[in-house]
Design a binder for this molecule. Sequence first.
Ligand code: BTN
Length: 304
Amino acid sequence: MSAAIHPDELAVLAGLLSQNDPKAKPPNPAHISKLVERGCLIEQEGITQYHLRFTPIELWQDYLDWSLDRGATLTRMDIHVYRETSSTQDVAKRLGPNPVVVLADQQSAGRGRLGRRWESSPASAVLMSMRLPMTMCNATHDRMSLIAGLTVARVIEQLHPEARVRLKWPNDVMVDGQKIAGVLIEKVPGAFIVGIGLNVSEAPDLGNESINTSTCLKNLGPAPDRLFLIEQLIIEFQLRLRLSRDVLALWRPRAAIGQIHTFEHNAQHITGEVLDLDPDHGLIVRRDTGEIITLPAATTSVVK
Ligand code: BTN
């Protein structure tokens, strides 16, 4: 998708998305009008204050290419935007070998972990998959899962410092006990595919998952612009990847260490107390038999 948007308008869009520079010159009203003509929803407050509520998907590609070229992230990633696709995971698997971000408004065959479906209404969620060549992420499957979940949690916390954001091992992001986002890590030769589904304006039905309630960002305040969330997720993810040694220290306070849970692993139900987390190998659990085991993220689900 290309909207051939002028760099001056992209700079105004960047300013509206970040809204963080009180010293910045007020935007040129002509550029604001142009963005509105292009489908942006912008609210004006006073004479020079503007709030960006919505950026149409047609502008995402140009904006992210421009922003990433200007060094918003540490590693340049190719951006691919689709109005509809089967699953952004599948598209990311076919692309490469460069680092890639695949985004969609809607998926016809969105996947969750352990063969589950991932459903969301059009334009209601961030649906993204990042293809990360091994040169970019020398990490295990378990560590990638923690990094991705932590990334989402931190982006939500930056928007809502008062929200109780928790990480439910291995891949669920929860707010007040309800699932707000899920992460799917898949491996192809030479790369990890990291999928993130973040509910923005709708809390979807979770189907056959063990957690039966979901929530969305709109339940915490005005629904943020998805382009803003996407840019923050890419930046935060790359930062967490670079600082991957810190992941455990940041994960622990947000996790349910010390609680008793039942897990399904290798078609077996295992009940035990969560003792700790090994970031590269999984959850460390003391079974009710006293035996201490490590459950890997890729093959374990939490039953209750
Ligand atoms: C889960 O909670 O089970 C993981 C859900 C992951 C969903 C995302 S949406 C974007 C990407 N494409 C998919 O098909 N799945 C992931």
